[in-house]
Design a protein around this ligand. Structure first.
Ligand SMILES: O=C(O)CCC(=O)C(=O)O
Ligand SMILES: [Fe+2]
Length: 369
């Protein structure tokens, strides 16, 4: 009998769990690879990659997790960044989709493959190892559950690792004698992402017919041109019953834009009004760009901030690498000064992030004028 047939997910589903209270009792068994739970009716064979607890899902509430049908005429556009009309292509994609794939982006496939395999290497470490880099309470970097987890009663089939600037402190914990290569690759990738994000931001601002000079005359404190980034490595292990679990719950990204590498494993979906959840399958060699809340605000609502989620995959382990790009915390953001009738009030990035961390998707409505 194959492994899959040993799973019985009708009554229970399993969730990936790192921070739940039972962690203290489960920690002592973190080296166990397989756990067999017997019931009078059946055996549940649970593959333990890290720390997993059994969690009941309310199937009615989670009915929305079912895959939306693919409409072949309607998919996220693929934009060649070397196209002569790239400003119009990017601008239209921002307005219509808030998301697009980019090709000819100047980031070599060998670098992307290297980052991908280093991320796999990290997530394949033992749970005990990974927990050495557990994100500190209130901290931003290291290993942990998705930051949006506290807003959802159900656990996500996901583990993450966040890098801001140098990864050296945490990498030393993971590979005391062999951490340099990991750090070098992450550094190079972050630099590449930063310049690509800047290039895309300039295209977008050009489409909105604004330039640094024009904007600086209006809002002297704006520093979107000095934006920085954070790297988020995401891991979604194979899931025995993808229809009854969620990889990453629906959310919008908070900053200006996100550049995402997704491995060859499906899972990313975006929500389209009137359509529902639409898969965004990986395009070989392409990176996915999506608009975040701050660019939605700056465009005065002209660009939608993309509501997206990840569904887990039954047979393949999904890895994704997200680069979140945004202005320094003290910068003031608001609808660009040339856009009439501002729909949102201006505020600092710090204030917006704080609103988002308390109210999640309601944050935008709280700053509506
Ligand atoms: O894994 C993915 O495809 C999406 C990740 C994501 O949405 C995020 O990290 O914010
Ligand atoms: Fe996201």
């Amino acid at each position: 009998m194959g492994l899959a047939e040993n799973y019985n997910m009708i009554k229970v589903s399993i969730s990936w769990q790192l921070f739940h209270k039972p962690i203290k009792t489960i920690l002592s068994i973190s080296n166990i690879l397989f756990l067999l739970i017997s019931t009078p009716f059946t055996n549940y064979l649970i593959h333990i990659h890290g720390l997993i607890i059994v969690n009941y899902l309310d199937s009615e509430k989670y009915a929305y997790l079912k895959h939306a049908p693919i409409n072949e005429e309607s998919s996220v556009p693929i934009i060649d960044l070397s196209a002569p009309n790239v400003v119009a292509l990017v601008g239209n994609a921002c307005q219509v989709w808030g998301m697009f794939h980019v090709i000819n982006h100047g980031v070599s496939s060998s670098l992307v493959d290297d980052v991908d395999s280093r991320a796999r290497q990290l997530f394949s470490l033992s749970t005990q190892q990974k927990l050495k880099t557990l994100r500190a309470p209130g901290g931003a970097t290291g290993y942990g559950a998705a930051r949006i987890s506290p807003f959802f009663s159900k656990l996500m089939w996901h583990e993450g690792f966040t890098i801001i600037g140098s990864a050296v402190e945490h990498a030393k914990e993971l590979w005391p004698h062999d951490y340099e290569e990991f750090c070098n690759v992450m550094d190079i990738y972050q630099k590449k992402m930063k310049s690509l994000a800047y290039q895309i931001l300039l295209l977008i601002l050009k489409f909105l017919d604004t330039t640094q000079e024009k904007e600086e005359k209006m809002i002297s404190t704006t520093s979107i041109y000095g934006s920085e980034g954070a790297l988020q490595l995401n891991s979604y292990p194979c899931c025995p019953d993808p229809n009854r679990a969620i990889g990453l719950a629906p959310h919008t990204d908070s900053l200006l834009l996100t550049i995402l590498h997704q491995s060859e494993t499906n899972g990313l979906q975006i929500h389209r009004n009137g359509v529902g959840w639409l898969p965004v399958p990986p395009v070989s060699g392409a990176l996915v760009v999506n608009i975040g809340d701050l660019l939605h605000i700056m465009s005065n609502g002209r660009f939608p901030t993309v509501y997206h989620r990840v569904v887990p995959n039954q047979n393949k382990h999904r890895i994704s690498i997200a680069y979140f790009y945004g202005p320094p915390a003290d910068s003031i953001v608001g609808p660009l000064s040339k856009l009439p009738f501002p729909r949102y009030r201006s505020l600092t990035v710090k204030e917006y992030i704080s609103l988002k961390s308390k109210h999640l998707e309601r944050a935008l409505s709280l700053i509506k004028i």
